[in-house]
Design a protein around this ligand. Structure first.
Ligand code: AMP
Ligand code: MG
Length: 342
């Protein structure tokens, strides 16, 4: 008889402490508590303190029936290593131990792969080229030979971090800056021209554009925001299009918090229409960091027989790359973390 019990997933690699219960091919519960820095950007230790303080409330909200949980999954990396990752891993271990069972802890959910998997599930797409554009990460990925290969990625900062840094450089914009830049850019007339940096055809760099935008003293803030968006998004669309052409795939999936941006979605949709590809973007609650992506990917891993012995191999991995994960037929199967990691 199939086991209809559910997976609890916990995410907290950066700004969002979020937990979800996934089972019977649906998100049964999802609850989040975002960390909002009073000033400046995300401070790792303060974010971890926020996560620790909110953990009980967030988990309690989704864990209404502990007897229905067959496994606990958590985000192992990449992320704000030690403080945030450890806080979440410690909570996951404690819950797994308290629930008992054989072996209840699924470690090793790779945060980036989880973004891709929940996006595929939510959109019903099969084998996409993925633009994963978030705060700390910006990658163009595609499944090839049992892994999500990184066709191109940022060589300096993540696109979201770049937008947030620019916003902080202009008084009056609080963290996160992305949505405010989007609103201002919509009012903009002529986007200013900024450094456009695609390296080797596939890799990206955002810091030059961000610094130039921050130093711009003549143009209106609206025009600078529009220029920053047009430049950074065009770079991403160019690399995504090249990955699509090289791989021969015919789907594009947009995930990560910056994916909420209507202009980025519009630019990718246009590129896909011109190439005869289909564009997908998941609903808002599954775009940025969320617990459902961890619970769902945990469910895939459990179905593939992947669990970690409780405690022994559940070390966090701040530098865990998406292409380290073996992915078989849509099932995310993690490689073991390196022994030196905490
Ligand atoms: P994530 O780490 O995937 O949750 O993404 C967080 C990032 O998404 C932050 O850097 C935000 O500024 C950015 N973000 C959220 N909404 C938008 C938006 N509408 N436009 C651009 N960036 C956004
Ligand atoms: Mg993320």
């Amino acid at each position: 008889m199939p086991d209809s019990r559910h997976i609890l997933g916990i995410e907290g690699t950066a700004w969002n402490l979020s937990a979800a219960v996934f089972g019977d091919d649906q998100v049964i519960a999802l609850h989040s508590s975002p960390y909002r820095p009073p000033s400046g950007g995300i401070h790792p230790r303060e974010a971890a303190q926020h996560h620790a303080g909110e953990m009980k409330a967030v988990i309690s909200e989704v864990l209404t029936d502990p007897s229905a949980i067959k496994a606990v999954a958590f985000s192992q990396g990449p992320g704000l290593g030690p403080p945030c990752l450890r806080t979440v891993a410690t909570a996951a271990r404690a819950i797994a131990v308290s629930l008992g069972g054989v072996p209840p802890l699924i470690g090793g959910v790779n945060h980036c792969v989880a973004h891709v998997e929940i996006g595929r599930w939510a959109c019903g797409c099969d084998d996409p080229i993925v633009l994963y554009a978030s705060g700390a990460n910006t990658q163009v990925l595609g499944y090839l030979g049992s892994r999500y290969r990184i066709f191109g990625e940022t060589l300096d900062i993540g696109m979201g971090n770049g937008l947030d840094k620019f916003a902080r450089s202009k008084g009056g914009m609080t963290h996160p800056g992305g949505p405010q830049i989007e609103a201002l850019a919509r009012e903009g007339g002529t986007p200013i021209s900024l450094p456009y940096t695609v390296k080797g055809g596939m890799d990206l760099a955002f810091s030059g554009g961000v610094v130039s935008a921050a130093q711009e003293a003549q143009a209106s803030l609206e025009d600078v925001c529009a220029g920053l968006q047009e430049t950074a998004f065009s770079m991403c669309v160019e690399v995504t299009e090249r990955a699509l052409a090289h791989s021969g795939k015919d789907e594009v999936l947009l995930v990560g918090g910056v994916g909420a941006n209507g202009r980025l979605q519009e630019m990718l949709r246009t590129m896909c229409a011109e190439r005869g590809a289909t564009f997908y973007v998941p609903e808002r609650r599954f775009i940025g960091d969320n617990g459902a992506m961890i619970a769902y990917t945990g469910a895939l891993m459990l179905a593939a027989g992947q669990t970690l012995p409780p405690l022994a191999e559940s070390a966090v991995n701040p530098g865990y790359r998406s292409d380290e994960v073996m992915v078989a037929g849509g099932i995310a199967v993690p490689m073991r973390p390196m022994p030196w990691l905490m």
